[in-house]
Ligand binder design. Structure first.
Ligand code: B3K
Ligand code: ZN
Length: 863
């Protein structure tokens, strides 16, 4: 199929102001009758026909203005109907089989319930429709089905009427007053029970809240409900956004391609982001639930009330909503720790995307399958781009821009350009050059050098935006950098720099002078990660050590420590260190870690953050061509050296942290974080001692964070405790799918040298199935992102992922194609492995009948 281009956008010839849907529900044959009120769009070129998209559908009957017609034609999967006048009604009947729908798009069955997923183009698998986000309609939905199978019948908006037929069947009718695109349609029918609560909005309206789950799961919905109420309050306070229906429903399903979906008034969630209690969910899981609940709720304004004109504008809603959920989570917990976590995700997932064959701007110019563009670039870099606008505008002006955006475009389907324009007008900024962030792909690299002579420090900056597929030449971008200078002797801000400065680099090169420095100051730059770029700084190791110990910006402090380690490991992996240099490098890092351990101005959450070594993926990203084997070995050796040298300190830390009783307070969460971190270092430095301590932590655990942390450490060791605790964990949590997912993932992502063999064996475990995306991800995604397993020298990891893609593609193409990007990194990997990765891509590319999803990713990866 041909690529679809952004520049080819044309307004739709026909609008559909009203939709009425009737569902006769059954797991294997659901009959759908849809009645569309259609009207010519005065803003578009007139067309005598209307194109109604379909996928895998057959029209059983088509009526225009009440009369059966047979003049309709099919164009591939789409239905084309000729319409003589300016306004008509079209009625179409189709029949679908939800039970056979393993792709989980459209209407599908999960655990006996029926449920929909329409974004981006799933509605066309339910009925024929102009399935594009700029067609906004009000929906009335009537559904009918057996009471015992489907006691609960839900759709968007408000429940209008319901009734019992007295023959074992019943029905419900829903109406959503807010015009919406088809991708926000949802229907759920099943045996569910609700955790119900309510929320009073800022204007005093009462909203009924329900979280629907399967019986037995309701005790694990409390955290999700609290998170929802906090999100609703926060969006009122921080963005002035009030909820607009009297009802808000959330449904949890166990078979779902992604985290969750923001359907109007009826969010559908992966159980993973709803169910949590201390016995089954880790602190990280709690944060995940809070963040995703917030994200989907925030979409009610950034996505639903103001939606996208076309799918090229996806970042309009996703980038903005990710920024909103990040700011929310910053406010709910530790802001600096959340910032560091978000940067780690960006660097781990988005930077590799930006420097590989799948690189695309946050507003892409073309695609074949839109599902492939729900990427870290659209989401996370999209959020960083809007965050930069906020940094340049300041919080207040940013809010004014956001207010203007919502006011100007409420009820419309708009573009990224509309967003930027509203920000310019509302916040009073000139964003002309800044628009390059929307059109240019690639992570800019900024080279930084501080020169000191006489009493003047001069900052030399230069930028380079790398070439990306289809974009060989780039223009310089505006790059907002938060900067400050420290006096290395006093440890304070250098004179004249008691405040941080925002410097925006707009040209390829620039130099800035800072007079009044008799001593050479130490430069702290890109503080708070003010721009999503790579910094290459010419800075002495002593200065990094200084910043790692003294920088008062938590992110910059973290960054200095990371840099110290990255430099050392890069040199080590590239064979540039003799024994003396290696010892010297390690000593500096050990000293830095020791001072983090001893610094009592730090809380444990932040301390734990500073302990985390840069990931192998991030290290590989820092090299033009990486040898994953060397990186893994050197990183492990460094960890072992730290663990051995600071063994007593880590044991003491573990003991101190173990005395803190369980609670969700920051101090207790921090204690749990450093406790397992201590075990990670000890496992490398003194495996035997660590195995004993981890087993004890496992046994003593009164919460999942401690238990999972201990098991994670044991999974990497060849100790008898490993086997025992894995058996115990499985037996203890058998029957709880989300926890069994952890059991698979811990083994697949472990440091154990035989991790790959473990994965192979687990694929034959009776609990493994290719049909459930959570289970597939917990085994194979965990392995694909476990560098030492995935990059096994003989290519076994690549082969396994190749097999997974081929086996999964006919079942669930969306999930299958998500496994392609790890193989697509072949150009950046040393020759031997690179060849083996490429061979797998070629093998997949040759397979007959490949889905559009997988085919697009494979051909881009090879191209
Ligand atoms: N908007 C959905 C993602 C839909 C993905 C479709 N392949 C969830 C979210 O971003 O909130
Ligand atoms: Zn989203």
């Amino acid at each position: 199929p041909a690529a679809i281009r952004r520049e080819d956008y044309r307004p739709t010839a026909w609008l559909v102001p009203e939709v009425s849907l009737e569902f006769d529900l059954a797991l294997q044959a659901t009959r759908v009758t849809s009645t569309l009120t259609v009207a010519r769009n005065a803003a578009a070129d007139a067309s005598p026909t209307i194109r109604l998209n379909g996928e895998g559908l057959e029209p059983m009957a088509v009526k225009v203005d009440g009369a059966m017609i047979d003049s309709w034609v099919m164009d591939d999967a789409d239905l084309i109907v000729t319409l003589p006048g300016d306004a008509h009604s079209i009625e179409i009947t189709t029949s679908i089989n939800p039970a056979a729908n393993t792709a989980l798009m459209g209407l599908f069955a999960s655990n006996g319930m029926l449920c929909t997923q329409c974004e981006a183009e799933g509605f066309r698998r339910i009925t024929f429709f102009p399935d594009r986000p700029d067609v906004l309609s009000t929906y009335r939905v009537r559904m009918h089905g057996p009471k015992t199978d489907f006691p609960v019948l839900l759709s968007n908006g408000n429940l209008e009427e319901q009734g019992d037929d007295g023959d074992g069947t019943h029905w419900a009718q829903w109406h959503d007053p807010w015009p919406k695109p088809s991708y926000l349609f949802a229907l759920v029918a099943g045996d569910l029970i609700a955790n119900s609560d309510s929320f009073t909005t800022m204007s005093g309206r009462e909203v009924a809240l329900n979280i629907w789950v399967r019986e037995g799961d309701e005790s694990r919905t409390g955290h999700a409900m609290e998170s929802l109420k906090k999100s609703m309050r926060w969006d009122e306070e921080v963005f002035g956004r009030e909820y607009d229906l009297d009802l808000f429903n959330i449904v949890a399903v166990s078979d779902f391609n992604m985290g969750a979906m923001e359907n109007k008034g009826l969010n559908v969630f992966n159980t993973k982001y709803v169910l949590a209690d201390e016995n089954t969910a880790t602190d990280g899981d709690f944060d995940g639930v809070e963040g995703v609940i917030a994200h989907e709720y925030f979409h009610n304004w950034s996505g639903n009330r103001v939606t996208c004109r076309d799918w090229f504008q996806l970042s309009l809603k996703e980038g903005f909503t990710v920024l909103r959920d990040q700011l929310f989570s910053q406010d709910m917990g530790s802001a600096p720790v959340k910032r560091i976590e978000d940067v780690r995700v960006l660097r781990g997932a988005q930077f590799p995307e930006d420097s590989g064959p799948l690189a695309h701007p946050i507003r892409p110019d073309s695609f074949r399958e839109i599902s492939n563009f729900y990427t870290a670039t659209i989401y996370n870099k999209g959020a960083e781009v809007i965050r930069m606008i906020r940094t340049m505008a300041g919080e207040e002006a940013f809010r004014a821009g956001s207010d203007l955006y919502f006011q100007r475009h409420d009820g419309q389907a708009v573009t990224c350009e509309d967003f930027v324009k509203a920000m310019e007008d509302g916040a009073g900024l000139d964003l002309s050059q800044f628009r390059l962030w929307y059109s240019q792909a690639g992570t800019p690299k900024v080279t930084v050098r501080l020169e000191h002579s006489g009493d003047t420090a001069t900052l030399h900056l230069s930028q380079d935006v790398p070439a990306t597929p289809g974009q060989p030449d780039k223009h310089p971008m505006p790059i907002p950098l938060k900067v400050t200078l420290f006096d290395p002797e006093t440890g304070n801000r250098a004179a004249g720099h008691d405040g941080e400065q925002l410097v925006t680099l707009t040209k390829a090169q620039a130099s800035l002078s800072f007079p009044g420095h008799v001593r050479r100051p130490v430069l702290s730059i890109n503080r708070g990660f003010s721009a999503p770029i790579v910094i290459e700084r010419d800075i002495a190791q002593e200065e990094l050590v200084f910043l790692a110990a003294h920088d008062d910006d938590p992110f910059a402090r973290y960054e200095a420590l990371q840099d110290l380690v990255v430099r050392h490991l890069k040199d080590a992996a590239d064979d540039r260190l003799d024994d003396g240099a290696r010892k010297h490098g390690r000593a500096a890092i050990i000293e830095a870690i020791r001072s983090v351990m001893a610094d009592d101005t730090l809380d444990d959450l932040m301390r734990g953050e500073l302990f985390i070594l840069p990931s192998e993926t991030y290290l590989a990203e820092a090299m033009p061509v990486a040898d994953p084997g060397r990186i893994h070995a050197e990183r492990q050796a460094l960890r072992a050296a730290i663990g051995a040298f600071l063994e007593d300190d880590f044991v003491a830390l573990h003991t101190r942290a173990s005395d803190v009783p369980y609670s969700l307070e920051a101090a207790a969460r921090g204690a749990r974080k450093v406790k397992t971190q201590a075990l990670v270092y000890l496992a490398a430095g003194n495996p035997e001692r660590a195995a004993g301590m981890a087993a004890a932590q496992y046994d003593a655990a009164d919460n999942m964070t401690d238990r999972q942390g201990a098991l994670m450490v044991l999974c990497g060791l060849s100790a008898v405790e490993r086997t025992n605790k894995l058996i115990d964990f499985y037996n203890r949590y058998q029957g709880n799918p989300l926890v069994i997912d952890k059991w698979f993932a811990l083994q697949a992502s472990s440091m154990h040298p035989s991790a790959l063999e473990h994965v192979k064996a687990l694929a034959d475990h009776p609990d493994f199935t290719m049909k459930n995306p959570n289970r597939v991800r917990s085994l194979y995604m965990a392995m694909a992102y476990n560098p030492h397993a995935f990059h096994a020298e003989d290519g076994e990891g690549y082969r396994m992922i190749g097999d997974v893609i081929l086996a999964l593609d006919p079942i669930n193409p969306q999930t299958a194609s998500r496994f392609v990007p790890p193989l697509g990194r072949w150009r950046r990997i040393e020759a031997g492995r690179s060849q083996l990765m490429r061979e797998q891509l070629e093998r997949i590319g040759k397979a007959p009948g490949l889905s559009r999803d997988t085919h697009e990713q494979v051909s881009r990866s090879l191209g």
